[in-house]
Ligand binder design. Structure first.
Ligand code: PMV
Length: 308
């Protein structure tokens, strides 16, 4: 029996602008994970999705999970595999936490483990990216990268990943609007806006990129006040890209009123999750405020101090 796992993720800065080549920052959330248990069986490969009422996905089926398995076998030069892979996850679906990329990652790792093949993270990342294209259309690649490598990253499309030094632990609350939303649609709408009014949208996208660069500096300097302000600024720019929503705005305002250092939507937007930067002293009151303003769940996660 093989057992593997992969974390959820959140984007701290730069979502949407990252699609246009700007920098973004993302971190893994190690407490929320997808897992796969795999073993050989007599039948051809099937995947059992615990969170989808134990739905069975067959190897030749029309499903991104089946496609993940097929791509992996192709990469490993294997024609077939008789195995059963059970996947389960406590990462909320369609809410900007990377559940799709985490599931793809564990299916690939499970097949590698079972067949005693060793793919590098770089190779796994490429495969997961192929599947992300099915889910998202034209993904930047940030989700799969942070999830496969499971470390904080400074990401610029088609450039090697860069690691981030973080001088002070960062306490984040993740507020879930409870509203599922498809990244593909939000990304497509931003594209239409960009094509329709490039003179308005291009500067917004560039400002978001500048915010991500400044945020990296603030993390390196341990300047959490500045980091917080950059989050509020980033949220305002995302509103201009039309990817916020009344629910997300309400949570950001509630966090601000409860003395969060910063807050913004995270991921594709229009629903899903927002994040708030808090301290030990403010986290309880901000959590209460988020729940009072409509969050259906609030997770806490800490980004550890890290050197380069
Ligand atoms: O999948 P989500 O909701 O975390 O959003 C992905 C981030 C976007 O920048 C909106 C899209 C992308 O491909 O980078």
């Amino acid at each position: 029996m093989i057992q593997v796992s992969a974390p959820a993720k959140i984007i701290l800065f730069g979502e949407h602008a990252v699609v246009y080549g700007q920098a973004a920052i993302a971190v893994p959330i190690s407490s929320l994970r997808a897992e796969a248990h795999a073993e050989f069986s007599r039948d051809k490969l099937s995947i059992i999705a615990r969170d989808l009422d134990n739905k069975i996905i067959y190897f030749d089926g029309d499903d991104p999970l089946a496609e993940t398995a097929r791509l992996t076998l192709k990469k490993l030069n294997l024609k077939a595999l008789q195995a059963k892979i059970i996947v389960q996850s406590n990462i909320p679906i369609a809410s900007g936490l990377g559940s799709g990329a985490a599931i793809s990652t564990v299916i690939i790792r499970a097949i590698c483990g079972l067949t005693q093949n060793n793919l590098s993270n770089q190779e796994i990342n490429k495969l997961v990216y192929e599947i992300e294209k099915i889910y998202h259309g034209t993904p930047s690649g940030i989700d799969n990268t942070v999830i496969v490598y499971e470390e904080a990253i400074y990401f610029v499309r088609e450039q090697p990943i860069q690691h981030i030094a973080n001088e002070k632990p960062l306490i984040l609350l993740i507020g879930n609007t409870g509203k599922a939303s498809l990244t593909k649609i939000a990304v497509g709408d931003v594209r239409k806006l960009f094509e329709f009014k490039p003179e308005h949208i291009k500067p917004v996208i560039e400002k978001i990129g500048w915010i991500a660069q400044s945020a990296r500096q603030a993390m390196q300097n341990g300047d959490i006040q500045r980091l917080g302000q950059l989050m509020f600024d980033n949220h305002a720019l995302l509103q201009q890209l039309t990817v916020s929503s009344p629910e997300l705005d309400a949570l950001v305002v509630a966090a601000k009123d409860a003395s969060a250092l910063g807050a913004k939507l995270s991921g594709g937007g229009r629903g899903g999750n927002m994040i708030a930067l808090v301290t030990d002293d403010t986290k309880a009151q901000v959590k209460q405020a988020l729940l009072g303003a409509g969050a259906v769940q609030v997770y806490e996660t800490t980004i550890a101090k890290s050197d380069l």
